[in-house]
Design a protein. Structure first.
Length: 99
């Protein structure tokens, strides 16, 4: 299985209402140190992909898109629909992190 498919597989298993960091996805895919590659892979998802890409956030608990952009609003909205609560634009990894 290539790196991209490993990453997609991990992301497809993130449970509803949970999030995982880019580095966490990379580690679970057997690719420690490939956090940026996870971001690159997500940036190039096929159109209309059903992969729950929005469940991947940065290691500090923030959405990586710039606050106020359309992509930020889409990701935040999808996470909120799954019951994730934000505190000052931050997600509690202790509460919502996929372990």
């Amino acid at each position: 299985m290539n790196h991209q498919k490993k990453i997609w597989s991990v992301i497809s298993h993130i449970p509803k209402g949970k999030v995982c960091s880019y580095g966490g996805v990379a580690s679970r895919a057997g690719l420690p140190g490939y956090a940026r590659y996870v971001g690159y892979t997500l940036k190039h998802l096929p159109p209309k992909s059903s992969l729950p890409w929005y469940r991947v956030i940065n290691s500090k608990g923030y959405i990586s898109f710039r606050v106020g952009t359309e992509k930020y609003r889409i990701q935040k909205s999808r996470l909120e629909q799954e019951g994730i609560i934000f505190s000052d634009a931050k997600i509690s990894l202790k509460e919502y992190g996929w372990i």
